[in-house]
Design a protein around this ligand. Structure first.
Ligand code: GLC
Ligand code: GLC
Length: 628
């Protein structure tokens, strides 16, 4: 009996290796085939995969089997995510364990722990400057605590997502330290130059991610006489992915985390992984080959694990992260729908959904293969106004003017603005201004409360619920960002923290106040209404099969400036979702809705019948319905 089981295991590995042949070796051949160390690399990778498979705990192997049998598991409507900073949310990993009831009560089935691997000391870019990928940040607990939490989540049917930073390590990482000591093998794991000739040449076409606080893309270290590629901050050294050694190390870290019980690997800043002279060094074709190969390696060793690729770029550049062309169905399983987020804020400010409808209808296909979006309104980062000049022009707007308007509106300076935000990384060279701020403050709650304006506060509540209803129905896993379920306002405390004061993103990384949270949930206050409203939205999402990620989404032209509309096409009949971004009531013809397949006029969100008056279905300001 025992012998037969072992043989079956080997057989499974062989079959999976076979399944991924073109995706794995097909890509590594192209990436590294001409490298002198390639044959050794292949042997080492195969050995690493076998070792990781042999180490994989039985419970996770069972999950592998289950998810191979149910490959749509992450597209189902019960999926709803929550993104949290361990220390700010609950102190430690053990603290998070105690808050799982709270998350489950909200309707959460997927928990993203913000960077939890061991970061450098001091400013670590919120944990994205990692010095040891195999250790947990000691401030949060140990690897054993991490595994306990992973098991507890799995027992509750909840998935665990963690960050894996692929583009760079901290300059305190063991490799970087050896490189700084002059070891050429480790210097080759980064991008290092003897003088500034090449950095200058590359610099001509590069963009700056943090122009304000970390200008330039290279750092000179006189101590060891090198120029080092540092796209983000000085302490974050870009890895050299043209070196197969880097691939081998990172893929083993992926297996290591997978075997500790991680379900979703959030691959950070992937666009930047491959450099090519004369380009922006973002989203080069090799990036997609690497990501496809990494995905394939995981499908051999730990198929239960999926990849969320973080690429905050324009629509046409983003879609390939979900597999396009030759990589269709073979790359990321999830990617952030940055455009949906940007368009939400744009429509909210202008009370006009023309640009939103144009962008989402033009650039995004109705369906994706083996993939879906991570939909969100706020995250831990700033909002960049990723609206192209072409898209703006298509609806009669000027690109630069519209982007400048959005920054001014959300910073709060534009006359009549309801928002209170903060600027992030103003770039005088490009005129680019990004925005920080919590969902509630950007949606108007902070200003309304300060002014004692109860009606304004209620409108802000409705804007938040409009956003949550949008991301819960558009298609993909909706991600609720820590504190947004309680309408937490901007936290200005960061200005007093020396390591944070330069980075306004900390304004929207609040600390949970649990005593307040428990009372807030049930109170008749904006916080309570947002909590219960969000809970209701997630509960209704769960109950609507047509919101499955594989059901195509078709953006509709309703002909009404303030309304955003789309149809989810399902075998059981369509759902038409309508969202009113205007300040007044807006209506669409019942006949038009019938043409879209809405026969009963039943709103599955509020569970009530929608009665047309004079042949028109009307929605109040910030109203939203999911009609069947
Ligand atoms: C990612 C993170 C961001 C971080 C950057 C550099 O985009 O979301 O917070 O600053 O990568 O690691
Ligand atoms: C830019 C980068 C993204 C990063 C963010 C940090 O949007 O593309 O990767 O997370 O800046 O603010």
């Amino acid at each position: 009996m025992a012998r037969a089981a072992v043989a079956a295991d080997d057989d499974i590995f062989a079959l999976r290796l076979n399944r991924s042949d073109a995706d794995l070796w097909g890509m590594t051949d192209r990436l590294y085939g001409s490298h002198p160390g390639y044959p050794k690399f292949r042997a080492a990778l195969l050995k690493a995969m076998r070792a990781a498979w042999a180490d994989r705990p039985a419970a996770l192997r069972r999950l592998d089997l289950q998810r191979d049998l149910e490959p749509d598991w992450f597209q189902r409507p019960h999926m709803a995510g929550y993104v949290l900073y361990i220390d700010r949310f609950a102190g430690t990993l053990a603290g998070v364990l105690e808050k799982l009831d709270y998350l489950q009560d909200l309707g959460i089935t997927y928990v993203h722990l913000m960077p939890c691997l061991k970061p450098r000391h001091g400013d670590s870019d919120g944990g994205y400057s990692v010095m040891d990928y195999r250790a947990i940040n000691p401030a949060f607990g140990s690897m054993a605590d991490f595994e306990v939490l992973a098991t507890a989540l799995r027992d509750r049917g909840m998935s665990l997502c963690v960050d894996l930073v692929l583009n760079h390590t901290a300059k305190e990482h063991a490799w970087a330290r050896k490189a700084a000591k002059g070891n050429p093998g480790f210097q080759d794991c980064y991008l290092m130059f003897d003088d500034d000739t090449l950095p200058r040449q590359y610099g001509q076409t590069l963009v700056e991610v943090f122009p304000d606080t970390a200008p330039g893309n290279f750092t000179h270290y006189p101590a060891f006489g090198k120029w080092v590629w540092t796209t983000f901050n000085e302490h974050q050294w870009d890895l050299n992915w043209a070196n197969p050694q880097v691939f081998l190390e990172i893929v083993q870290i992926m297996f290591f985390l997978a075997n500790r019980g991680v379900d979703v690997l959030r691959l950070d800043a992937v666009a930047f992984m491959w450099k090519r002279m004369g380009t922006r060094c973002q989203s080069e074709p090799e990036v997609h080959m690497i990501l496809r190969a990494l995905r394939a390696a995981c499908r051999v060793v730990c198929p239960a694990v999926i990849h969320l690729e973080e690429a905050i770029v324009a629509p046409a550049e983003m879609l390939p992260y979900l597999g396009r062309g030759e990589h269709d169905g073979r790359e990321g399983n999830l990617a952030y729908h940055n455009s949906l987020m940007v368009q939400f804020w744009s429509a909210l400010a202008t009370r006009d959904t023309g640009l939103m409808t144009h962008v989402l209808a033009t650039h995004f296909p109705p369906r994706l293969t083996n993939a879906t979006y991570a939909t969100y309104i706020r995250c831990h980062d700033d909002i960049g106004w990723a609206v192209t000049d072409e898209d703006a022009a298509a609806v009669g707007l000027g690109g630069p003017a519209h982007r400048a308007f959005l920054s001014e509106f959300y910073e709060g300076g534009f006359p009549g603005s309801f928002a209170q935000g903060a600027l992030f990384q103003v770039n005088p060279a490009t005129g680019d201004k990004r925005i920080s701020g919590s969902f509630a403050s950007l949606a108007g709650l902070e200003r309304a409360l300060k002014a004692g304006d109860a009606a304004g506060a209620e409108t802000a509540v409705q804007r938040i619920l409009l956003g949550h209803a949008l991301i819960a129905s558009y298609g993909g896993i909706p991600l609720i960002y820590m504190g947004d379920e309680l309408a937490l306002l901007n936290d200005y405390g960061y200005l007093a923290v020396p390591d944070h004061a330069h980075d306004s993103r900390w304004i929207h990384r609040p600390r949970m106040d649990w005593q307040a949270a428990e009372t807030k949930k049930t109170a008749d206050t904006p916080a309570g209404r947002v909590f219960r409203g969000t809970q209701h939205i997630l509960a209704r999402r769960l109950a609507v099969p047509a919101l499955h990620g594989a059901c195509p989404v078709k953006v509709l032209h309703s002909g009404v400036a303030g309304l955003f509309a789309f149809r989810r096409v399902a075998p059981t009949g369509p759902v038409v979702c309508l969202f009113n971004f205007a300040d007044g009531w807006q209506g669409v013809g019942a006949a038009w809705l019938r043409q879209q397949g809405v026969l009963r006029m039943w709103d599955v969100l509020s569970e009530t019948e929608v009665l047309p008056h004079d042949g028109v279905v009307t929605l109040p300001p910030q109203g939203r319905v999911w009609l069947v």
